[in-house]
Write a protein that binds this ligand. Structure first.
Ligand code: 4AD
Ligand code: MG
Length: 427
């Protein structure tokens, strides 16, 4: 029996295969909290109901000892599962000694060194389940709307998001780079399949040590042929709203475990506020920030902007040159591009970057040259503007930042099983 199915076994015999999370005894009664991966279950053993030897064995169980427990499921309205296990027999698979992570408080450095074990703690368990639900909701959202999932390559010959954060590797004597984004490939795929998305790991050699930067992170990137700039933002609003509602509905217990106050999340619904970059500059200046036309915003600036609204907010129409080379200038305001970032409230900042892409061959070539990118490397990308070019756009959403926001975590390192951070690759 899986613990998360226990409610269906009330009054019946059951076997739980798992691990001891903690245990305590009050003389004649033992309380053992077991976990099996699907949940946590209070197990109770009374001395006068079992053999002395069974009771002694159960009493000596240590944290993280692997066990197979047998007994009867009893209704218990006070327990989180609505039931508990009356223990009759417990078989030890391996008796654990000196488990390094004890119920006392440990420093984050120590926990990160023991990330392979830390994953077993209730909080980390809950976070990983929330992450899974978020990923599932994202995929459902796009699959339900007729998008095709297209997997983008990881080894790439060129940069997508600027050459300063590339991880270089050797590809049979030639330089190759770990992908920073699947976008350029999704543009090719969108011309073949119309509405596509990729979902995979992306890499940035970020020198910044912040609570929102990883060097390896997962990004979901939709790309849509013929979409307009406004439709693109609408798609993002619908997606965020769908995912939040899905997680609030399906991961309520896990959100409770991590003590997430969900009142602001419950209020997330379209339309989201939308402000021009130039309006964002004004807000930031009022907060005493020395920002000038052309600057890209950092974490602090994003936090100020997002906190001004208490809702996800789009900042759009960035100055030409502040962001990536492929963004399309707005014909109505030619010193700006049709790009929008979505900033999450509660201090989380940018979770989405999106834009209309340049669809004109000559302009794209000019931008490639201006940015000192190799024309040869981008020949295939330019081809897309030579053969049936159409207006198109898309966006990329970072999974870890989204999880950090929805679960309200202080740092992205807890949002992924084995985080890769500046100077950190163990375990
Ligand atoms: O704004 P970015 O750089 O946009 C792109 O890569 C586009 N090519 C996406 C597209 O249009 N298809 O990154 C998109 C998102 C960010 O908003 C953020 O959520 C996440 O990816 N991200 C990171 N997350 C964690 N650590 C990092 N170092 C990140 N860099 C970007
Ligand atoms: Mg960005």
């Amino acid at each position: 029996m899986d613990i998360n199915e226990a409610r269906n076994y009330i009054g019946k015999e059951a076997t739980i295969k798992g691990w001891v999370y903690n245990s305590r005894s009050s003389g004649k009664i033992l309380f053992i909290l077991l976990r099996d991966g699907t949940g946590f279950m209070q197990c109770v053993m009374a001395k006068n109901e079992v053999e002395d030897e069974t009771f002694a064995r159960a009493k000596a169980l240590t944290q993280e000892t692997s066990v197979i427990a047998r007994g009867t499921i009893r209704e218990d309205k006070r327990s989180p599962n609505g039931c508990e296990l009356t223990l009759k027999e417990i078989e030890i698979i391996q008796l654990t000694r000196d488990y390094p992570i004890t119920p006392k408080d440990h420093g984050v450095g120590f926990l990160m060194e023991n990330r392979h074990l830390w994953l077993r703690s209730k909080r980390q368990w809950a976070i990983l389940r929330i992450r899974h639900q978020i990923e599932r909701a994202f995929r459902d959202f796009f699959d339900n709307r007729g998008f095709t999932l297209v997997d983008a390559p990881i080894l790439t010959p060129n940069a997508c998001e600027g050459s300063t954060t590339l991880f270089q590797t050797d590809y049979f004597g030639e330089p190759a780079f770990l992908s920073q984004s699947g976008q350029l490939y999704m543009e090719a795929a969108a011309m073949a399949l119309g509405k596509v998305y990729c979902f995979g790991p992306t890499f940035r050699a970020e020198k910044s040590k912040t609570r929102r930067h990883l060097t390896e992170f997962w990004m979901l990137e939709p790309e849509i042929a013929y979409i307009t700039f406004e439709e693109n933002m609408k798609l993002q609003e619908d997606m965020i709203t769908y995912v939040i509602r899905d997680v609030l509905k399906n991961r309520k217990d896990e959100l409770d475990i991590i003590e997430r106050d969900t009142s602001l999340l419950e209020k997330v619904e379209p339309p989201f506020p939308k402000i021009y970059y130039k309006e964002a500059l004004e807000i930031l200046k009022k907060h005493g920030k020395a920002v000038e036309w052309g600057d890209d915003f950092g974490s602090e600036e994003e936090t100020i902007l997002a906190d001004t609204f208490n809702k996800p907010v789009f900042v759009h129409h960035f100055p030409i040159g502040a962001k990536a080379f492929y963004m399309k200038p707005d014909p109505e305001e030619p010193n700006t591009v049709l790009a929008a970032d979505l900033l999450a409230p509660e201090g989380y900042g940018e979770i989405i970057g999106g834009s209309q892409r340049i669809d004109d061959y000559d302009l794209l070539l000019e931008k490639i040259r201006e940015n000192n990118l190799s024309e040869e490397d981008y020949r295939w990308y330019l081809d897309l503007r030579k053969y049936g070019s159409v207006p198109h756009g898309g966006f990329g959403i970072g999974i870890e930042r989204t999880v950090a926001w929805i679960a309200k975590l202080p740092h992205v390192r807890e949002t992924i099983s084995f985080p890769r951070l500046l100077g950190k690759i163990y375990p």
